[in-house]
Ligand binder design. Sequence first.
Ligand SMILES: Nc1ncnc2c1ncn2[C@@H]1O[C@H](COP(=O)(O)OP(=O)(O)O)[C@@H](O)[C@H]1O
Ligand code: SF4
Ligand SMILES: [Mg+2]
Length: 339
Amino acid sequence: MIAPVTETSAVPLVAVHDLARTFDVSAPWLNRVLERKPRQLLHAVDGVSFEIARGQTLALVGESGCGKSTVARLLVGLYAPTRGQVRFDGQDVHATLATRQARALRRRMQMIFQDPYASLNPRWRVQDIVAEPLREHGLVRDRAALRERVAELLRAVGLSPHDMTKYPHQFSGGQRQRISIARALATQPQFLVCDEPTSALDVSVQAQVLNLMKDLQRQHGLTYLFISHNLAVVRHVSDQVGVMYLGRLVELADKRTLFAQPRHPYTRMLLEAIPKLHAIGQARTPVQGEVPNPLNPPGGCAFHPRCPHADARCKAERPALQTIGGVRVACHAVQEGRI
Ligand SMILES: Nc1ncnc2c1ncn2[C@@H]1O[C@H](COP(=O)(O)OP(=O)(O)O)[C@@H](O)[C@H]1O
Ligand code: SF4
Ligand SMILES: [Mg+2]
């Protein structure tokens, strides 16, 4: 009997397993020797696992410094993992980028950054910015085809083909992010990693760009990793939400469940800080405390200094991410049924 062909759509497009990345932030060697300082390693991401199904959006949230951008960069191969693995459509990303298949893989995943002004070359015209990936990947035959494709991409993101000859500074922040999106779409990728794509924009402009991203996702069946420090933004765009704290996932749930019934005390703290629509006039609770220094993280549960439910076990023992009621959560109190 012939073995059935594996249904590729059954394989998640993105599968991250036990991903970790440390940075060596030691003082220079001579200073270390003279000042008798030890080597210092910063665990930016430590043991993160998740999957993203085709056409779906996973949002990663957490305060600044929690390791979100490092995860983003690991996913698209801008950083090598210290431990663990990223699989894209079944292929190990890091291993593949060292082979002749690297270009084909790069074409399938693109990244959009927070500050389009920093990621768009200010000296280039829009046509060159958007055309660069088309040229790099040899996706157009001649100049006429190139112009036609750039015009098509600009129209797809709500800009005019007449904008082609302008420079980035001639656009508003929201329009500049549209240019970055057009450029990211040029290679017809399947997966977009969006690192705080709207965080630098005004609220009303933010909504327009988020709507555009949702429309493009529907039209092209795109899969997104969407990063934000703002849970309110995540509510509009995600299917699944992962909450990160000091390099680790503390909760991973589908969006509806996470917003209706947050389990981890950190998720609850972030949610309570969002102004509630139907509680006008009711004061929101600002996020309490600060993220500890990642070079000297608290022992046990890293969240314990800020947690109202911390007990002796929390200070001594790090909670593992466990599945409880269909939600993945790393908290002793939840696991013990205390909260
Ligand atoms: N290239 C790097 N070298 C040293 N430390 C880094 C580097 N990139 C990030 N970090 C550190 O790793 C931690 C996580 O950073 P980052 O992934 O940028 O978090 P986020 O995007 O959630 O704000 C922070 O403490 C940051 O200072
Ligand atoms: S493990 Fe303990 S300290 Fe950590 S979030 Fe849960 S209750 Fe709070
Ligand atoms: Mg970041």
